[in-house]
Design a protein around this ligand. Structure first.
Ligand SMILES: Nc1ncnc2c1ncn2[C@@H]1O[C@H](COP(=O)(O)OP(=O)(O)O)[C@@H](O)[C@H]1O
Ligand SMILES: N[C@@H](CCOP(=O)(O)O)C(=O)O
Length: 355
């Protein structure tokens, strides 16, 4: 294909639920709601900034300026790290988004991963998954959502301990990784964006019993992840850490067993590291997680906050509607409306060349 031929491709990134109870900042699960970018590059089109259109969740608030939009800013960061200073001319992008913003379903992680994949395709960079994860981790610094969104499934990840130089490179302020472009008149384009250190994130995919589905009970208010992280303490008692470690060790295997064991899983999805501190931001959270149990709701395996919330994630093999409707009643007492969705575990991110 000549360099003046138009080309098109689609990028599809799943939603994610992070933590799954005790695995704060460690485990994530990809879910069947997607952010899909339909991208066209027509090098013969008149020069101009990228044309972005957007539909679905967040359409009323997402910026359509490529220098302000999270996905395109991440793509430009990836390009600049490879000495490509601008978007190609004749670039148009349509984003169709099913992932609600600020609900604990990994919308920002999906937007970041989509941006990394977009940069990789626009620049024809041929980056490996591992290298793409490095770029995503320069922007979203907890690995659980972006790793599960990139590779798909039920995934555990850790950040490698970096040496002093790599630590410095990885701790540059986000404003330097993603400066608001374009620069003011008279300023130069930044020539040396902070390069991600090699091999920041490492992951493993756990087994997942095919009988398990996810009920996402989504309160109709937004809670930013940044705000929900501010309420967490900086240190924990040994008792609380051991409580979580014991459960996480059991949970990562228990969710792969067929048939899954509700008694084992319900207890293994309890948490003392983040949920107790977030309950003030999510009225009804303690009641939902303690009143909906495998004995009151046959089919339920376990129930927890999804990511930083406010969504509640129930893992179950049946009885989905009763779980969701009873959670709705509990939230209603707090004056909170919810919608709920029955979701499957999704495949990881994918790029499809359409022409
Ligand atoms: N598809 C998207 N395109 C651009 N920005 C997005 C997109 N999805 C999410 N964002 C940004 O991420 C923010 C939500 O991130 P966050 O508070 O981490 O919540 P969560 O990731 O749990 O949905 C949104 O308010 C928006 O600024
Ligand atoms: N481990 C993070 C996960 C945040 O997920 P999100 O979907 O709410 O962005 C945390 O709990 O803060």
């Amino acid at each position: 294909m000549s360099s003046t031929s138009p080309r098109s491709f689609a990028i599809r990134v799943p939603a994610t639920s992070a933590n799954i109870g005790p695995g704060f900042d460690v485990v994530g699960l990809s879910l069947s709601l997607h952010l899909t970018l339909s991208v066209r590059i027509d090098p013969t089109a008149p020069a101009g900034p990228p044309a972005i259109t957007y539909s679905g969740e967040g359409a009323d608030e997402v910026p359509l300026d490529a220098y302000k939009n999270l996905t395109t800013r991440v793509a430009l960061y990836v390009l600049r790290c490879h000495d490509i200073r601008t978007f190609p001319s004749g670039l148009s992008i349509h984003a169709a988004n099913q992932i609600p913003f600020g609900r604990g379903l990994g919308s920002s992680g999906a937007a970041v991963v989509a941006g990394v994949l977009l940069g990789n395709e626009l620049g024809e960079l041929g980056l490996s998954k591992e290298r793409m994860l490095d770029f995503a981790l320069m922007v979203e610094r907890h690995p659980d959502n972006v790793t599960a969104a990139l590779v798909g499934g039920f995934v555990g990840s850790y950040l490698r301990e970096l040496d002093a130089a790599a630590t410095e490179a990885a701790s540059v302020p986000l404003s330097e990784v993603l400066p608001e472009y374009p620069p003011d008149a008279g300023e130069e384009w930044g020539l040396n964006p902070p390069q991600p250190p090699l091999g920041i994130g490492h992951y493993v995919r756990f087994g997942w019993s095919e009988s398990i589905r996810a009920v996402a009970i989504i309160p109709q208010f937004e809670l930013s992840t940044a705000k929900a992280r501010e309420v967490l303490p900086v240190s924990y008692s040994r008792k609380d850490l051991v409580f979580n470690l014991q459960r996480l060790a059991v949970l990562t295997t228990a969710l792969g067993q067929t048939p899954p064991d509700p008694e084992l899983i319900y207890e293994a999805m309890k948490d003392r590291v983040h949920q107790p501190y977030r309950k003030a931001l999510i009225p009804g959270l303690p009641e939902v997680t303690s009143e909906i149990t495998p004995s009151s709701h046959p089919g339920l395996l376990g129930i927890c906050l999804s990511g930083a919330g406010p969504t509640i994630l129930a893992l179950a093999t049946g009885g989905y509607e009763a779980i969701a409707e009873d959670a709705r009643k509990i939230f209603k007492k707090q004056g909170i409306e919810v919608e709920w969705k029955l979701l499957e575990i999704a495949a990881g991110s994918a790029v499809e060349i359409t022409s």
